[in-house]
Design a protein around this ligand. Sequence first.
Ligand code: PBG
Length: 327
Amino acid sequence: MITRPRRNRKSAAIRSLVEETKVTTDDLILPLFLLEDPKGKVEVKSMPGIYRLGIDQMLKEIEECLSLGVKAFDIFPVVDESHKDKYATKSHDNSFFYQQALKKVKETFPEACVMTDVAMDPYSSDGHDGLVDKDGKILNDETLDILGKMALSQAESGADIIGPSDMMDGRVGYIRDVLDANGFTDVSIMSYTAKYASAFYGPFRDALDSAPKSGDKKTYQMNPANQREALIEADLDVQEGADFLMVKPALAYLDIIKLLKDSYDLPIAAYHVSGEYSMLIAAAQNGWLDKVPVMNEMLVSMKRAGADIILTYCAKEFAQLKKEGKL
Ligand code: PBG
């Protein structure tokens, strides 16, 4: 035998020399759930270890994360039913607790990168990402106007990256125009390019109490069976001015990450979603999986598939483990 691949695996030193993929804390964005009560701290039942935090707690959490090297945060509001309406009015009210909290975070930690989510669901009494008409249909073009106002309100509150997760047609270009017309040419857009109608979002909808009141999201989120359709979405996002392309979920969609990485020059993000996190933690709590190496393997697989950036609920724990030399 001339070629013996095992020679390059014979010691830890050699294995690290030939290691092709490294996940670093620099690659990660931590999603955070914001409560209206400033002092609030409530664990998400279906996501053990993940808490909904009021602004006081969130500032502490962000400070700890920054000291560990996690520098980017995607903040989602938990909105009380009493604030929800058909038009998601609070989504563009700059005096609402979410916008006020964004401001506070940027004032306190100007060096942090703050990302926001653009979609109507947390603020909508229908629990859908778009406007629902009387027959239950999701109205595309009427929704754009609301999404534009939402993005502008978030930019005015200090957002560095706007994340449209709504999957309406034309929203990236629409939001880009609104931002530019109002002087926010430096605010970036990370488009949820290939966002699938996935059952893996269940625990997130528990965290925000944002599940649709009727119907499902299949008329706007993509069919999990489709790969080539992701290219149609990505072409549009590039033309409309997106700065990053995102694939969501991540682990069950590694082929889509690879496809977009091979086809486009923009940075590719992968969203390691709530259900993917919960599966890992549940198995670990049962003693069925060893959490740390499995977590690492999941993140490595996303990066190996082509993700430049990973949004993950594991970001803080990953950074801690790195710091302690355990990864
Ligand atoms: C809102 C939104 C969702 C997620 C991110 N933004 C849920 C959904 O579309 O129903 C899911 C994130 C996760 O599961 O971690 N449009």
